[in-house]
Each structure stands twice: as structure tokens, then as C-alpha cells.
Design a protein around this ligand. Sequence first.
Ligand code: IMP
Ligand code: MG
Length: 369
Amino acid sequence: MIKLHDKYFKPFVSAKEIDDALQRLVDEIAEDVGDEIPVFVGILNGSFMLTSDFVKKYPKTCEVTFIKLASYEGVKSSEDIQRLIGLTQDLTGRTVIILEDIIDTGNTLHEVHRIFRNEKVKSLKIATLFYKPEAYKKDFKLHYVGIEIPNKFIVGYGLDYDGLGRNLPEVYQIKETQHMTNLVLFGPPGAGKGTQAEFLKEKYNLVHISTGDVFRYNIKNETALGMLAKSYMDKGALVPDQVTIDMLNAEVEKNADAKGFIFDGFPRTNAQAEALDKLMDSKDSQINAMIALEVDDEVLVKRLLERGKTSGRADDADEEVIRNRIKVYYNETAILKDYFTAQEKYFGVDGVGSVEEITKRLSAVIDKL
Ligand code: IMP
Ligand code: MG
């Protein structure tokens, strides 16, 4: 993912795919042109990279020139008129092929036809690397089309967003959902996960999704997914990952304009981590970090025994039970630590200290994401 000005873009068309599409255009055009010496006309600025790569591939003699799209203030009111300038060469009798980076509404193409109206060219053909059929509103014929794309803004390979991105060798597509901070929060029992989740939620305006809470909510409210989950639980079976993911998906949908999510209690397996990645991907987003609060076992045992005295929670009263829960936690999360480490998304945070100290350490990690 890349950021240009205020917007985020994700990889869309690789350099290899662009190269293949260019090669197809070159082959098709070279074949049609035959023995003529064509004049390729690149439309600046966007077509500079494409034109250069195109003519390098062109197997026969050719000429290259450029015209440039310039904005003028309209005479009436403040309408913006785009005009093509720079056609100084006499093209009488020539085979002209326009090289466009992208055809969107077709307004530029309209301009092309306007300035060529009085040129007595032999033929005028249009080639474009990218074409957005859903946006195209004219009916000029497009003779050669490289890649058809949906009506979403792209950058790279000559195309810019407000001046930036032209230099990128591959093409990126705008992300519909803008940047979110999605965290997977981990910590052994007693690490202070709940306390810190509350704080992070407030500070970063995130939605806290605790799988336990989501399960209880769905079962209590007898949602279709809740009943489905319960049918497995009643049989003593594990709830399939897909059911859990569907519940999380519903939670994510409910909070469509959230700045991000804190996932708590999920994922627990590689398969779940992969499913969560897919879910985030379908939202045009991603998990940014797995943050694990690290607390020494002995400190945890002491904390939990303390808590047991006041809370009356049975599972906090017995040292053996506590030690076992901690062991289970490490067994479970070791795989996930590897999973997120491989993506450079694992962050261990020292969970010993005052609540404020720990929130400071967590914020330091999140602010750098
Ligand atoms: P049209 O005149 O609407 O067909 O659009 C053509 C021009 O608009 C291109 O030459 C680009 O400069 C710009 N444009 C259209 N779509 C995009 C895009 O997705 N990214 C960057 N520039 C674009
Ligand atoms: Mg252009």
C-alpha cells in the first residue's frame, strides 16, 4: 500500500502485466501498419512512460512526437477547458497513432479529434493502455485497448494523483475505505488487555471487537449465526471458523465508518488469521499489527491471585489453574506470533508498569503504523 497526499492506493496492475499488455498493443499495431512509417503521438503528461516503452518495443521504423493537454480558464464563468497544444509537425498523408495512457470520460479524445479535424492525415487511430468502459461517454472508436479497468482512480506508470505517482513502475488503485488502524490485541490472562483496549478505543476512535462478547451477543439475541454457533457448542464441538468469521464480518459491517478495529480473542489459529486477512482485504483494508502485552509469568500469577481475592472469579483463585491458563495462552499464540512476525506485523510490548506507562508504550507502536 502507498500513500500519495491524503489518499491510499493498493497494488493493482504489476509491471509485468503492463509490459505484456504493451507488447500485445505493439504486435497488433505493427501488424496493421505494415510497411508505413507511422507517427506515434503521445498525450502528455500521462503518456510519457508508456510512449517511451512502446516505441522501444516497436519492431520497425517509426516517428514519435508529443502533444500536451493544458487547462485554460473558460471565457464564460470559471469553467475549465482542456486544450491540446504542441502539434507543430505537418502530418499530411501520415499514418497517425495516438498513444493515450488512459481513456476515462473520453473528453481528451474529443480534443484529439478536434485538433486533427483539419489535418489531412492518411489515418488516425487511437491506442490506449488503460480504458474505463463504465466511465466512457463518447462514441469515438478505440482501435487498440490494452487493459480494461473498473471506474476507479489509478496512479503509476505515468498517471498521477495531483502531481504524484507518475514515476511508479506499476499501477495502483485508490482504496475506497481510507486508512484504518486494525489491531489484533494479545496478552496472557492478567496482562491488562481489557484495560488497555478501553484506552486505545478512546484514543484512536476504534471499535473493540471481543470474540467472546460477539458470541454471547449473537447467542443471547438468537441471531441466525448465534443459533448456528450454539448448535455446535451444544454438541460439544468447536464452532467452525467460518461461523466466527461471519459473526465478525457482521460486526465490521455494523461499524462501516469506523477508524479501525481492535480484535480481541481472535484469531487463534493460522486458518483464522488467514480468514481475518481475507475479511480485511474484502473491506479494502488490512490488519496493521498484532500487539502482544508481554508480562512475566510470576507477575501474572501474582496479579491474578490478587484479582481472585477481590473479584471472586473462581478461575483466578487457584494457582495451578492460573499457571495452566498462561501455558495454554503461550501454546496458542506462538503460531500467531510466527504468522504476524512473517508479515513484520508483530509487536511485543512490555506489559509491566503503571497503566499510563503501558498505554504510552502501546501508543508509540500504533503511532508508527
Ligand atoms: P478523459 O479525458 O476523461 O478520457 O481522461 C483522460 C485523462 O484524465 C487522462 O489522460 C488522465 O490524465 C486523467 N485520468 C483519467 N482517469 C485517471 C485515473 O484513474 N488516474 C489518473 N489520471 C486519470
Ligand atoms: Mg493523459
